[in-house]
Design a binder for this molecule. Structure first.
Ligand SMILES: Nc1ncnc2c1ncn2[C@@H]1O[C@H](COP(=O)(O)OP(=O)(O)OP(=O)(O)O)[C@@H](O)[C@H]1O
Ligand SMILES: [Mg+2]
Length: 259
């Protein structure tokens, strides 16, 4: 399994509105790619096309292809549910199921996939996923308490545990630290660095330092004007983007001389 992602000539629509145009992007397996750019340029929209979460919005559709290891996610006969199992997602706001216990939250994705799982296997999976998300030590004595009783940072790590419990190949994260304090943020960043050895990770962030810290490659999206589609302006090694980008717009954005 190599988990390479290739978006080709991707146009993303909400009804008649072309929100993101002409994206070509290749993402190496077991790497971290950060997506940056101003609000409204289509980062979240693009991210959601990588696991077919975009089309759950009425009228939303894509043109072009997104391949994972050469197989088009949008090809005929591809089951979107199977795609979402392969490509997990963590959202900006931690969204644990509030009445479910911590352990059941971790298992929620697995249960949704209709996998029958025995009790001891379930316990093992809960522990392994919580360890993977760097949360085990904090919650191991209260696994049967509600997920909503955790701090924001812990809830976000719980959602990461839930995402990795289904053993995806790719993990998409949309501003996973935007609601978190600096300590929880660092915990998530450490976790991303660890997860990279197993997963291909794509993270949207408004925090340039974070992009510089966690990612191997950085893509800059921009938007000419309101109502115009967002575009991928450039993508390159993170060090290059932050030291000598090719495009003036990228330079302006990362140096804060924007708008
Ligand atoms: N559900 C939707 N229906 C219609 N238009 C939408 C929908 N979601 C987003 N859009 C539009 O698509 C464009 C891109 O939005 P998107 O949320 O992808 O931007 P973003 O780069 O993630 O911004 P932010 O940094 O604020 O999260 C915007 O013009 C937005 O208004
Ligand atoms: Mg967004």
């Amino acid at each position: 399994m190599s988990q390479r992602i290739d978006a080709k000539d991707l146009n993303i629509y909400y009804g008649a509105f072309l929100a993101v145009a002409g994206v070509n992007m290749s993402i190496d397996p077991r790497s971290v790619t950060a997506l940056i750019g101003p609000s409204g340029c289509g980062k979240s929209t693009f991210l959601r096309t990588l696991n077919r979460m975009h089309e759950v919005i009425p009228g939303a559709r894509v043109k072009g292809t997104v391949e994972i290891d050469g197989i088009d996610l949008y090809g005929a006969g591809v089951d979107p549910v199977a795609v979402r199992r392969q490509v997990g997602m963590v959202f900006q706001r931690p969204n644990p199921f509030p009445t479910m216990s911590i352990a059941e939250n971790v298992l929620a994705g697995v249960r949704l996939n209709n996998k029958r799982i025995g009790k001891s296997d379930a316990n093992e999976l809960v522990e392994a996923s919580l360890r993977g998300a760097n949360l085990w030590n904090e919650v191991k004595d209260r696994l049967d308490r509600p997920g909503s009783g955790l701090s924001g940072g812990q809830q976000q790590r719980l959602c990461i545990a839930r995402a990795i419990a289904v053993k995806p190949q790719v993990l998409l994260m949309d501003e996973p630290c935007s609601a978190l304090d600096p300590i929880s943020t660092l915990a998530i960043e450490d976790l991303i660095a660890e997860l990279k050895s197993e997963y291909t990770i794509v993270i949207v962030t408004h925090n340039m330092q974070q992009a510089a810290r966690v990612s191997d490659r950085t893509g800059f999206f921009n938007l000419e004007a309101t109502g115009k589609p967002g575009r991928l302006i450039e993508i390159d090694d993170t060090a290059t983007i932050f030291s000598s980008p090719s495009e003036q717009a990228t330079e302006d954005y990362i140096s804060g001389r924007f708008g």
